[in-house]
Design a protein around this ligand. Sequence first.
Ligand code: ATP
Length: 901
Amino acid sequence: MAAPTSFEASTHHGISGHEIVLLLETDPHRGLSGDEAAQRLKRYGRNLLPAQRGAGLLLRILGQFHHPLIYVLLIAGTVTALLGEYVDSVVIFAVVIVNAAVGFIQESKAEAALQSLRALVRTDAKVVRDGHERVITSEELVPGDLVLVEAGDKVPADIRLLREVDLRVDESALTGESVPVAKNEVVLPDATPVADRHNMAHSGTLVTAGSGAGVVVATGAETEIGEIHRLVGTATILATPLTEKLARFSRVLTVGILALAALTFAIGLLRNQDAVETFTAAVALAVGAIPEGLPAAVTITLAIGVSRMAKRRAVIRRLPAVETLGGTTVICADKTGTLTENQMTVREIWTPDEPVVVTGAGYATDGALLSRSGTPVSLETNAALRWTLLSGAACNDAVLTSAGDRWDIVGDPTEAAMLVVAVKAGFTPEALVEAQPRVDTITFSSERQYMATLHRSGNGHVVLVKGAVERMLELCSTQMRADGAIEPIDGPAVLKAVETLAAEGLRVLATGVRTPADPADFSEEALPGAVTLTGLQAMLDPPRAAATPAVTACHTAGIAVKMITGDHASTASAIAGAVGVLDNGAADDRAVLTGADLAALPPEEFPDAVERASVFARVSPEQKLRLVEALQDRGHVVAMTGDGVNDAPALRQANIGVAMGRSGTEVAKDAADMVLTDDDFATIEAAVEEGRGVFDNLTKFITWTLPTNIGEGLVILVAIALGSALPILPTQILWINMTTAVALGLMLAFEPKEAGMMTRPPRDPGQPLLTRALVGRILLVSGLLVAGSWWLFEWELANGATLPEARTAALNLFVVVEAFYLFSCRSLTQSAWRIGLFTNRLLVVGVMVQAVAQLLITYLPAMNSVFQTAPLDAGGWLRIFAIAMVVSVVVGAEKWLRARR
Ligand code: ATP
């Protein structure tokens, strides 16, 4: 076979669909054969985007040096070298390089982790192969495949369209143009630019409306988006509001530190001290006060948060979501599929003459239709029941497949349930299709709230309809009796029946028929008033087992949970009561609002009403956007779930847009910050918990690291002001900062979540990272460090120690105090004993590594000469540990007092 590779990519749009089919040796209706597809897969490779080039390696490495604090170090290192202090200079440069290497590795790891997480959210493609429609992963697509797309899909490859119905595609991923483009299959001039190739659907773009079919002409790197990827590369953005805040903080800090260093230098000169020595002191102050480990700690903590969330089936698509999640104050969740299983079973059928109970469970087709008295009902004697079952089963796109003794469904669970009940009543799906071939369809959508199909029946036609009851009452003017007689509809009786069923938490759909029907009249405009209601089908969708405890956990954590659903208010209320969203005891008639209620609210009352209500029923996707905005106006941090194309604006507006991994459309996933791979509400709660953990661990790291920096800076400042020798040298300070940040501080990122974290109220979005209490503690520890190290240094000198020995004692004091304080920082409120000393194994390992490092710098002659240290005797260590104990006791007492208050 001639390989289709000879085919020029730029001309796909310039020839007819017929020619494309010939050229790619495929069939416009049956698609490729499975064998041919397998061969082409070998030849062309998987349909994957080429590995991103990203920003150039050199640029990324250089980027690590592009921090104001690093500039200070670089300048300090250079001047130190010019002054002939080569050892100091080498140590400073070594620190800068180690810091850059750690930063680079961490960033690359975080980036790789985020990218591999994306792969968890798999994109499927609908293809026709061997004449059968099937769903495959988009990776398996090959040139020549016949692909079907519909609203909500991501176009899986570059496709030349053969057929389409109202197809509209959002091509912003490719062209930047966000207004969806209408597609057709008309041949275009060869020179048409990509953005105007209306007969092509390009890989990575999103179908916002309609449907279409076409032949794959390019996959993977050969696609237009593949080309762009190769050229530009889109680096993963690792910035979050917090990292930006920290970046601003470090700019301010740099200025502050430089000013202080200059002041130190000036004081030294004024006191007629040696210029070189004073300069060294100023450098020491600068390097000491710079929290070198902070950027790496933030990235690592966020990355660990992302992977912990992924383990709990929440995939983060945008890094800022990790920290925003922890501050969530309201979760707006869909009912169907998120709070419930989305496993529908018809339990009752209502017709004007006879209610029917249905037995059986799940999608299994064993079960029977019984009257209230328990006797089997006969379809022969109840025409309305027969039509109700028929409408439900034939106006239906779901497919039932049996896998051994298990039944699986393809398609919408609501429809599958109606198919199952028809089989229980004795219909067979194949016979149904054969007896009444479908001619046309008005598809279901959340806005339309019904579906209608036109069928050939005997010599004429019949229209079958099913949908939400309120909507169906607008379409129906008559109802059918058991004997087949048609009479004016008794709306109040129907609504009463609906209320009774919905109050049990059942989802109720009405069915209707129009017979005989004129095919020319099959349109949305012609249906109102022209349909005969035949009955109601009520189905159970059980609440998810994990939903109730998760909702309770949210409430305990001060997070409001609101249910948003397209379903009937009574059904929604019953389910909301069952999962705890609605407090059954409190009879607040404002707790449940319908879409109509929302529309009728005066704008000034809208936010109040939204904040008070817990259940929003019969809500349209457009109203979701208004709900999010109203809650945000109230200062809430809103997580909102969604799955459809029309949910995208609300998902984007929400602080955390949450899409469903299984049932959600690609459009929704694209707009979301987080994707739930199991669609479960409990997963949102889990992610919030992890988000709080991330924020906690970051705060703990900062609370731990700052006292060292402040303490070191102050010690130098005091030494200069008093005109005495420096208790620690710049290289020693760098040693402390670097080793403790890696061996001690970073271990806080692995800190398990604290018990009781989900009993606290959410963090106030406006609250600064460090509360006043924490600032107080940081200053307290800084002060203790200064006093302790000063006293120790002076004591050692006064008692005959050499300068290097006294400095080694001061250096070790800083590290030992940091190690002790590390255990205290594992909880910002509880005592270190309370959470157990060994519950974070990594932390214990880190402390041991640090201990070895301290022994080396204290006793290894080579290190003694580089860092100007000297061995300590047992007495020295004793004094160090005694001071560290005192600091721990004081910090413990401060915590205890604050907790008591
Ligand atoms: P949620 O927003 O909680 O996921 P939902 O699934 O009930 O709720 P929609 O899918 O918008 O929301 O459905 C709205 C209403 O339309 C349903 O309550 C039901 O009455 C009706 N409906 C649902 N699916 C179909 C369908 N396939 N054909 C006809 N009507 C349907």
